[in-house]
Design a protein around this ligand. Sequence first.
Ligand code: PEP
Ligand code: MG
Length: 583
Amino acid sequence: MQIRRGIAVSPGVAIGPAMLLGTETFRIPQRVISASAVDMELSRFRVALESVCEEISHNERLARERLGDQYAAIFSAHLMMARDTQLLQQIEDLIRKYHSPEYSASQVLRQYAKRLEDLGGQYLSERSVDIYDLEKRLLRLLLGERREELAHLTAPVLVLANNLTPSETANLDRKFVLGFATEVGGHTSHTAILAGALEIPAVVGVGKFLRDVSGAETIIIDGSHGVVIVDPDPETLAKYRVLEARFQSQERRLNSQRELPCETGDGVPITVMGNIEFPAEAEPCREKGAAGIGLYRTEFLYLGSNREPTEEDHFQAYCQVLKAFPDHPVIIRTLDLGSDKMPGALRAAYPEGVNPALSVRSIRLSLQNLQLFKTQLRAALRAAEFGDLRIMFPLITTLLEFRQARMVLGDVIEDLEEQGVPFKRDVPVGMMVEVPSAAIMADEFAREVDFFSLGTNDLIQYTLAVDRADQGVAYLYREGDPSILRMIRMVVEAARKHGIPVSVCGQMSTSPMFLPLLVGMGIRQVSVTPHAIPELKEVIRKLTIERAEKIAARAMEFDVARDVENYLWGELKRLCPELMQLD
Ligand code: PEP
Ligand code: MG
C-alpha cells in the first residue's frame, strides 16, 4: 500500500480500479487474458519486443554515424536491457498467469526501475530512466491503434494522470470516471475547478507517483483530504468504505435541507449563487439551491469545440442558462481565455518565453479581437431580453480598460439598434476584481461599475506571485494570507461607500471555512461551485452577523496565513461540528 498526499480539490471518496494515462494518454489495460489466448499474447509481446529492438538498433546506428561511438553506447545499453533474458522471463511468466502483455511488461519494468532508484546514486537513477523509456516504447507498440481513449469507457475507473487539460477534464464521463488524481496542478487550476463542477472526488499536485503504478491496482481517492492510496490493505479499504458511506449520507442530509431559507441565525439574507462552465450545468445548479448564476465562465464554449462559436452558439447557450433561472440573476462573464484555458491556435500565439498569465489573455484578448468580443456582446444583449442577464468583464487592470470595454458594448448597442434586432439596453455591467491594481483602485472603479465580483483565484495568484496551477509553489497559495484579507476589505469598503453590490466568486467562497470571515467582512453574496451550496447554506444558518464580525475582526489580527487558517478552521468546527464528521 502506498499513501500519497496532494491538494484536495473536489470532496468525496472514490474507490475503484486505476486507469493510468501516460503522458501520451495511453491506457494500460488490466484485462485478464483467457488460458487459450496465452500463446497468442506471448507472441504479440515477442513481436512488439522485436520491433522495439529493431527501433533501438536503428537509433544506435544513426547515433554512431552522426554523433560518434559514445552516443551510440546509450542505445547499446537500451538494447542490452531489451534483451535481458531474466527480465523477459519475468514478463512472460506474468503473461502465463493470464495478465495482459501491456500490464506484465509495465509491472516488471517499473518494479525493476524502482529497485534501481531505491539503491540511490545518480548512475543507477539514470539507468532507471532508460527502463521507463523501454517501457514506453513497448507500450506504444503493444497498444498501437488499440489505445483506449478516455471517451470510450465502459466500466468505472479512477483516472490517474500526469495532468489533465481543462477540456479533457470537462469531457470526463461522470458515469464511469469515479475520481481522478494528477501529478501536477494547483489549488484553483481550472482542472481542479472542473472536478468540483463534475462532482467527482479529485486530488491534484500529488507529485511524481505514476511510475509506481502499473494500472491494475485498486485506488482510493480522498478528495476531501487530498489523499491518494494505491493498493490499500483490507483495513484501510474498510475504513474508506465507511467514510464513503458517511460522505454520501451527509450529502443526502444537506440536500434535503436545501429549500430552507438562506439567512443567518439572526435573519440576514445571504445570496448563494453558482459558478458554471457549461449551460448544461445550469439546471443541476438550480437543483442544488442556487439563487442564480454568479459566474458563467463562457470561455468554455471555445474549449469544448474545434471551431469558433458563432453569435447563435453564444445566444443559445445564454438562453439555456436563463431558462433554468427565470427569477434570478445570471452573470455572463465575457471570455477569459488565457494561460491554462487557451485553445491550441491562440496558445501558439504567445511568443516563447512570455508568461501567458501576464500576457494577452481575458479582457485584453477581447479588446484586441473586437470581432470576437462584439459577437459575444451581441449575443448577451439579445439573450438579456429573456431574463435578468448581467455582463461582467474579467481581469480588468486599469480604468481605461474598463472604459474601453464599455465603449465596445456601446458600439454593439448602436449596431443592434440600427439593425432593428431585439435586445435589452440597460444591462448591468460589472467587473471581476482579480488583479491587485483593481483592488487598490476599487474606490475609483466603484464610481463607474454596476457591481464587483472578487475573483480570489487570480487575486491570490497575482498578489502572491504564485502560479495557481503550479504545485511546486502551492504552499504559498493561501486564501488566508493577510494581504488577501486586506485587499478584500478594501474592495468591500469601496463597494459599500458607493452603494454597489460585491460578491466573491473565487474558490475561497466555496470553502466553508472562509464563509464566516467573508460574511463578517460585509460580504452578502457569494458564487460558488454548485455542489458546495447545501453545505454553505448550513454554515450560514448557524452563523449570526455578530459572531461573523467577531471572527473577521480576530482573523484580521493575525499576520501569517497559517494562523488565520488554523483559527478559521477551529471556528468552523465550533460552529458546525456535524460537518466535520468526516475528519
Ligand atoms: C477567479 O479568478 O477567482 C475566478 C473566479 O475566475 P477564474 O477561476 O475563471 O480565473
Ligand atoms: Mg480569474
